[in-house]
Design a protein around this ligand. Structure first.
Ligand code: ADP
Length: 540
């Protein structure tokens, strides 16, 4: 036997302790709409101990689930630390789900406790009676709790519970492979699926996020997770920030462009993560008002393809967007698009508009028909598969063998891998447009359309066609005050994509419908088209 290193577990408890001990002065600020309220990591560590003690007092034991129904704020961070560190499992509930999905998810996870923000009581109250396993509801901040009464659960005030609990907690020894947190995917098909993160996976994912090939966090950073903490752990930013000793700025419920920009100008974060739709709004607002985003050194962006026009727009105001790819099942950060040192001009852009290179620790491949592994030649298009220590191995109490293949996760994303490791997605499998046997990339079409100066948003879906089986329908949102015709847009696309890919169906709409996490909801567009609700113009 070799004598090697100590067997020291990789847990969220160690991240919490490290942050509170070594970076005790680092601050977590939460925006109130009018300034920020602040706590230090040392205070957050103590409050996490109090929360764990309080939850234990309510009977939370073993790996029971404690749910949060919360905005991004300090109290949510305390729950992020306390619940896994006491050995229980944090279950972040998505505020924007339909009520029946919320009921399904909370019951499927068998949540025992829900920690709810006072401002969200009106959303929770109607479904609470149906949350059969929930025994306790803990209310954070002000809010009328009367609507919760009828559900017959025990109600508590968060601050009162914390004040009554001891300032320290005997954090248990935790097996790094045990469950720490869970998150359900939005469930575009069938029921939502539960992804369970282990302590080890969260730890390794946080370390990977801190590396330079991801977002290179350090104690000099101030990190603003705009992406909700109920959406794939806010991309792992909270744990990564604590591990790096970086300060955190939390937007609470203020996620619209105007208050966000005020927050950016006041709290001056260096790194801020959000989906492209949010950054598009922020950019418009910034250009109109001459706002100051100069504190930002890096803006990680993902969740859907980041339009090149958006990145160029940010470049113009001196802010760097870096595209990242991932999914709830991948913790979520799996690849990040930093151009190689030697790449310049168009080569650098090619790298930046790709989904990037896989992070160290993970492996990626592209698989074609008959599960044949395709070459990494930048040409062969297939489904992306991924494996590694922060990739889900199966869903919670829900066999879905079709999603797994020889120890790899089938991502449902379609694209190519280049010989130097860049992933370029052309579509999600369910959005692929197959025209006369050839694939048309909706992502590519959208990217080109959104580069048109008069187009604010563009979403392309496949619709049935007698001759070609399927053809692209482009739904576009035109900038206020501008006017542009389908013929002009076809003309604009003509030099950029093959002629047979040019859409001949066009819909001019007021806004692209969005999912609960701000992605283009193509399901809704397809349904509107099928129901004849879209006014479609033919051109070409
Ligand atoms: P859902 O969108 O189904 O709610 P997730 O939030 O987990 O689930 O999103 C994961 C999906 O988002 C990926 O499979 C991929 O299709 C898409 N996605 C994430 N990042 C990017 C990106 N940078 N470019 C293109 N698509 C992306």
């Amino acid at each position: 036997m070799w004598s090697t290193m100590q067997d020291f577990p990789l847990t969220i408890t160690t991240i919490m302790r490290y942050g509170a001990d070594v970076f005790g002065d680092a601050e977590v600020s939460t925006w109130t709409g009018d300034g920020a309220r602040r706590r230090t990591y040392a205070e957050v560590g103590e409050r996490a101990a109090r929360l764990a003690g309080a939850l234990r007092g309510l009977g939370v034991d073993g790996d029971q689930r404690v749910a949060t129904f919360m905005w991004n704020n300090t109290e949510h961070l305390e729950a992020y630390l306390a619940i896994p560190s006491m050995g229980a499992v944090l279950h972040t509930l998505n505020l924007r789900l339909f009520p029946d999905q919320l009921v399904y998810i909370a019951n499927h996870a068998e949540d025992q406790v829900v920690i709810v923000d006072g401002s969200l009581i009106p959303l929770l109250a109607p479904v609470l009676p149906q949350l059969t396993t929930v025994r306790h509801v803990i209310v954070v901040g002000a809010g009328d709790t009367a609507p919760l009464d009828a559900a017959g659960k025990e109600l508590h005030d968060y601050e009162e519970l914390l004040a009554a609990a001891p300032a320290t907690f005997a954090w248990p020894e935790i097996d790094e492979r045990s469950a720490a947190a869970m998150c359900y995917t939005s469930g575009t098909t069938g029921n939502p699926k539960g992804v369970v993160y282990s302590h080890r996976s969260a730890y390794l994912h946080s370390m990977a996020t801190c590396t330079g090939n991801a977002i290179g966090l350090s104690a000099s950073d101030v990190v603003l997770p705009v992406v909700p903490m109920f959406h794939a752990n806010a991309w792992g930013l909270p744990y990564a920030a604590i591990m790096a000793g970086a300060a955190l700025v939390m937007p609470d419920r203020f996620m619209q462009a105007e208050p966000l920009v005020r927050l950016l100008e006041t709290e001056r974060p260096t790194v801020a993560g959000a989906v492209p739709t949010i950054w598009a709004d922020v950019l418009r607002h910034t250009k109109e008002h001459g706002s100051d985003l100069s504190s930002l050194r890096l803006v990680p962006c993902g969740g859907s393809a980041v339009p090149a026009a958006l990145m160029r727009g940010f470049d113009e105001i001196g802010v760097r967007i870096v595209q990242a790819w991932g999914m709830t099942e991948t913790s979520p950060v799996a690849s990040v698009a930093h151009p190689p040192a030697k790449a310049a001009g168009e080569d650098a852009w090619k790298a930046r508009i790709s989904q990037g290179r896989v992070l160290a620790g993970l492996e990626m491949r592209v698989v074609g028909d008959g599960d044949v592994v395709l070459p990494n030649d930048g040409e062969a298009v297939g489904e992306v598969e991924i494996r590694g220590p922060w990739i889900t191995g199966s869903y919670h109490l829900d066999e879905d063998p079709a999603k797994f293949h020889d120890g790899w996760l089938r991502t449902g994303d379609v694209g190519t891998l280049s010989s130097d490791g860049f992933l370029t997605l052309t579509d999600r499998a369910k959005d692929v447009i197959k025209s006369g046997g050839e694939w048309i990339s909706s992502v590519e079409l959208e990217n080109h359309l959104m580069a048109h100066p008069d187009i604010v948003e563009a979403a392309v879906v496949g619709v049935p066609d007698d001759r070609w089986q399927e053809r692209p329908l482009a739904s576009v949102v035109v900038r206020d005050g501008a006017s542009v015709t389908a013929a002009e847009l076809r003309e604009f696309l003509a030099g950029r994509i093959a002629k047979w890919q040019l859409p001949e169906r066009w819909a001019f709409i007021a806004e692209v419908p969005k999912t609960s996490v701000g992605k283009f909801d193509k399901k809704v567009l397809r349904r509107r088209y099928a129901d004849g609700e879209l006014e479609v113009r033919r051109e070409g």
